[in-house]
Write a protein that binds this ligand. Structure first.
Ligand code: NAP
Length: 461
């Protein structure tokens, strides 16, 4: 056989792939943008409109007819119209019978109506096969071609064949259809574009709350206290010193909060002797936003690194260093090298560097492009084992920073301990409980529970 025959076949017009006409109701922003994209993808498009006059805004090559005429020309009808106008479809019920009716509409508020717009449409036009799709794609993205962030199109519907037809159209437009099941999923799909970083709300609010608390705490200890007792003005600490105290504290606490729900879940499962009871809602929600908590923690750790790098060029630090040197010269006395302090300082820095390195590694592996390329065991190894190692290193970094100061009375101002001491409470608790859970007397039953064993089975054979 001729070697080039396949190429010749590919170049020949493929008549069997001719696209079916698609009807779009509504010549508004979304209808026009979708029509434009469909024509580009080879679909003949006919618009159903209240006015059959064409204008320069209508995509070239598209026809504009009355709703009834347009619907008769296609098996798939897309309703690019706001929900409040759907009543105009009632007289078209007969024409729309057996046709695929695609609902693209969105609402202004989450759960605005008792039923989803798609279910409402299905009630209005009972004979049509209603499919929900395209509502997460914006008219602007369709027209400008910048679909990177919104390439996914959620599709749901009760008729499998109708859903498949719509998914084929989605694919032909260069988008990715995601089957979300029956029309019951429509409400969730309609709420989706209205959500504002749902998983980030808790981590961000928590870090704002903690940041405000530690800011005032450090302000009292490091600015107000010296002003009251020594009449020294350290208000400039607000610019770098206090943020550089708050950032590592928040990074450590938030990292510990990533692992705390796992530990609590283990305790609950051990106590109940089963994994088949639901966790309390707050714990479920907490577990769902662990990735976001970890990423916020990484952001604070990175800020801490940046603040630390500028320490040598700070005026206050240079002034203090030169003062110490001058006083040694004036007293004709050099300070001997304190090996213990040198060890403490180097260990503190080394632990910080290693902790930050693993922290970054954790952040990188949580990116979808990376996590999609590792299997479940590899992902768990990185997020759990390396995660705990990061927590150990960062906690050790803070403990060594405290060094000999933990028990020194001068560390307590107005009976308030240093802020970093407070930051150690949750990480130490998590690490101690995790350590206890590793003991075989607890680890074995926990592993069995997670494999499905129950202490008091609900359904005995
Ligand atoms: P739009 O610009 O307001 O257009 C809606 C169209 O509906 C109008 O141009 C009109 O078309 C038709 N219409 C208005 N009143 C009507 C009535 N009483 N009876 C029958 N038809 C009527 O709205 P849009 O931005 O294109 O949005 C259309 C739908 O797509 C909405 O449900 C929206 O939630 C959804 N959506 C929009 C976007 C977006 O980025 N804009 C993204 C996702 C989903 P004719 O003049 O041709 O009749």
């Amino acid at each position: 056989m001729n070697k080039n025959s396949s190429n010749i076949m590919a170049l020949a017009p493929n008549t069997s792939n001719k696209r079916e006409t698609v009807c779009i109701f509504g010549t508004g922003d979304f209808g026009r943008a979708l029509g434009h994209k469909m024509i580009q993808s080879g679909y003949p498009v006919v618009f159903g409109s209240r006015s059959t006059k064409t204008s320069s805004l209508i995509p070239k090559g598209a026809e504009v007819l009355s709703h009834a005429e347009a619907a008769q020309k296609a098996a798939v009808i897309i309703t690019a119209i706001q929900r409040q106008h759907y009543s105009f479809l009632t007289p078209l019920t007969e024409i729309l019978h057996g046709k695929v009716l695609v609902d693209v509409s969105n609402n202004l508020k989450i759960n605005e109506h008792p039923e989803s717009n798609a279910e409402y449409l299905a009630q209005l036009v009972p004979g049509a096969k209603v499919v929900k799709a395209f509502n997460t794609v914006s008219a602007w993205a369709l027209q400008s071609g910048t679909l990177d962030a919104s390439r996914q199109v959620f599709v749901c519907g009760d008729d499998m064949e109708a859903k498949q037809t719509v998914m084929n159209i989605v694919r032909a437009l260069g988008l990715t259809p995601l089957d979300q099941g029956s029309l019951l999923a429509a409400q969730e799909i309609e709420n989706y574009p209205l959500q504002l970083f749902p998983m980030w709300k808790f981590p961000i609010l928590l870090s704002f709350g903690l940041a405000a608390f530690f800011f005032f705490y450090c302000l009292i200890r490091n600015v107000i206290y010296p002003y009251v007792y020594e009449n020294k003005d350290f208000s400039f600490f607000i610019a770098i010193s206090i943020p550089n105290r708050i950032c590592p504290i928040l990074a450590l606490i938030l990292l510990a909060l990533v692992y705390l729900p796992g530990v609590l879940a283990a305790i609950i499962q051990l106590y109940r002797g089963t994994k088949y009871h639901r966790f309390p809602d707050w714990l479920d929600k907490w577990m769902l936003c662990r990735k976001q908590l970890g990423l916020v923690a990484l952001a604070f750790a990175s800020l801490h690194v940046l603040y630390t790098l500028v320490i040598p060029i700070r005026y206050f630090v240079r002034w203090r260093m030169s003062n110490r040197i001058i006083s040694q010269v004036l007293n004709n006395k050099t300070e001997p090298l304190d090996t213990t302090n040198a060890w403490l300082s180097d260990s503190y820095v080394a632990l910080g560097i290693l902790g930050f390195f693993l922290f970054v590694l954790l952040g990188i592996t949580s990116l979808p492009s990376v996590s999609n390329n590792v299997n479940w065991r590899e992902f768990r190894f990185v997020q759990s084992k390396l995660g705990y190692l990061t927590l150990i290193l960062c906690t050790a970094h803070t403990l060594v920073y405290g060094g000999k100061r933990f028990l020194s009375p001068s560390s307590y101002r107005w009976y308030l301990p240093n802020a970093y001491m407070l930051s150690l409470i949750i990480p130490c608790m998590v690490l101690v409980v995790k350590f206890v859970l590793i003991f075989p007397c607890l680890d074995k039953p926990l592993t069995r529970i997670r494999q499905g064993w129950e202490r008091n089975p609900q359904y005995s054979e």
